[in-house]
Design a protein around this ligand. Structure first.
Ligand code: ARG
Length: 460
């Protein structure tokens, strides 16, 4: 029997047609059509599994497979007619298949449920996108490393509490983000292992009545293992949640960096200059050059956090196994994928064109007592307990503030009024470069340490 276009694939037990509003309200097709390729790959593998289980003959399996390939092409060419009445991409593909090959198309769904089908599609999709995101993170990391390498001698003020603290290398600063991104990359890789498990063959919830070789199915789809519990397999969205958590952490890192781009490209800081092509002007104020790209990345971070929170909330009260609530996972994941990919790629391009104002940065590092700790450590070397040295230098800073002078402008004679331990060699401590070079531990800002880290990264 050929169903009328209004007739549902599940219409058998119903006495009324679906209300139009219900159709619109429940349809996922407008967004899950993004999964068409994964859905068809899964269906081709399922067709083969049905043949191997002797549910389909060789001819039937071949015909269905060919039909699915044609459907894929039709969708890709934009020739597929989608209708809201299809409900979702799974039914749409099956309808298109049946229109192509006739009643035989109705055999494809044997032993399968949309519940295990959508679980598979989502895993296939996450697998693909996680790979893309991991590559995009690597691209951004490479820009940080290249910038660090070519700016090894640029000095910046380092901050705590956004108060000038100690001088650091610009390269060291950039590599801090390399490290954050490296943990992000690892989080996606780690999540990938758990997404990379094959759920098909779980049926609606209990398994399937046909002798499906799930391990062979997994192999055909490139999964190293299969899920071990059908109830869990159809209702588990941990992979999506872990993905959103990793995406949230990544966006948090990008957002911190973007906050600094916004701040440091102001006239007040003036350490960085963003490329004109990545900034926008004001419709009113002619002088403006606004950092809209980093601002928007900072803001879009919130929307990825929101998706994580939304999906966690969807899951928290769900009884086993599948519930329609689970359909809400997709927009959260899709929008996060789009947001993360767009943010990574525009940031990668933007910071390639970003320039550092080395003079302004060095000047900012010279004023503001960033070397006070060096002076305290000088006194420690001369034998003063650190706590007393801290106190002495604190008083010198106070003295400088009262006189509106900087630490480097105080004479040896004046210093000696605060402590007799001060000698001529103090001059060697009142110097940015010297301060950097005394930070010689693994992970510190001395030049050879930063270069060493760059080498390690390049060898990886
Ligand atoms: N569109 C549904 C989803 O995204 C597919 C699964 C529907 N299953 C069902 N039993 N209604 O979750």
């Amino acid at each position: 029997m050929k169903k009328s276009p209004n007739k549902k694939m599940w219409s058998g037990r119903f006495t009324q047609e679906t209300h139009r509003r219900v159709e619109t309200f429940t349809a996922s097709l407008p967004f899950d059509r993004r999964l068409y390729a994964q859905d068809i790959v899964g269906s081709i593998a399922w067709t083969r599994a049905l043949f191997q289980a002797k549910v389909l003959t060789k001819e039937e399996a071949d015909q269905i497979t060919e039909g699915l390939k044609t459907v894929k092409k039709t969708i890709e060419d934009g020739r597929a007619s989608f209708s809201e009445q299809d409900e979702d991409i799974h039914m749409a593909v099956e309808r298109l298949l049946t229109e192509k090959i006739g009643e035989l198309g109705g055999k494809l769904h044997t032993g399968r449920s949309r519940n295990d089908q959508v679980a598979l599609d989502l895993r296939l999709y996450l697998r693909d996108e996680m790979k893309h995101i991991i590559e995009a993170i690597k691209d951004l990391q490479a820009v940080f490393v290249a910038k660090a390498k070519s700016h090894i001698d640029v000095i910046l003020p380092g901050y705590t509490h956004l108060q000038k603290a100690q001088p650091i290398r610009y390269a060291h600063y950039l590599l801090a983000y390399y490290e954050m991104l490296d943990r992000d990359r690892q989080r996606f890789l780690d999540g990938f292992q758990r997404v990379n498990v094959m759920p098909l063959g779980s049926g609606a919830l209990a398994g399937t009545n046909y002798p499906i070789d799930r391990e062979a199915l997994a192999e055909a789809l490139g999964f190293p293992s299969v899920t071990q519990n059908s109830l869990d397999a159809v209702s588990d969205r941990d992979g999506a949640i872990e993905f959103l958590a990793a995406a949230s952490t990544l966006m948090m890192h990008l957002s911190r960096f973007c906050e600094e781009l916004v701040l440091w490209s102001t006239d007040e800081f003036g350490f960085l200059e963003l490329p004109d092509a990545f900034c926008t002007g004001s419709s009113l104020m002619p002088q403006k050059k606004n950092p809209d790209v980093p601002e928007l990345i900072r803001a879009k971070t919130g929307r990825v956090y929101g998706h994580l929170m939304a999906l966690l909330t969807v899951m928290k009260g769900l009884p086993l196994a599948y519930n329609r609530d689970l359909q809400e996972d997709k927009e959260a994941v899709f929008d996060s994928v789009d947001t993360v990919k767009a943010s990574l790629s525009i940031l990668t391009e933007m910071i390639q064109g970003m320039t550092v104002r080395r003079k302004a940065a060095a000047r900012a590092a010279e004023n503001g007592f960033l070397l006070a700790t060096e002076v305290a450590d000088y006194l420690v070397e001369k034998g003063l307990p650190f706590r007393q040295a801290h106190e002495v230098v604190g008083r010198i800073v106070r003295y400088c503030l009262d006189q509106q002078r900087d630490l480097t402008q105080v004479s040896l004679k004046e210093l000696q009024k605060f402590s007799s331990l001060f000698q001529k060699d103090i001059i060697g401590y009142l110097n940015l470069e010297a301060s950097l070079e005394r930070k010689q531990q693994t992970g510190a800002t001395a030049k050879n340490r930063v270069l060493e880290r760059i080498r390690q990264i390049e060898e990886k």
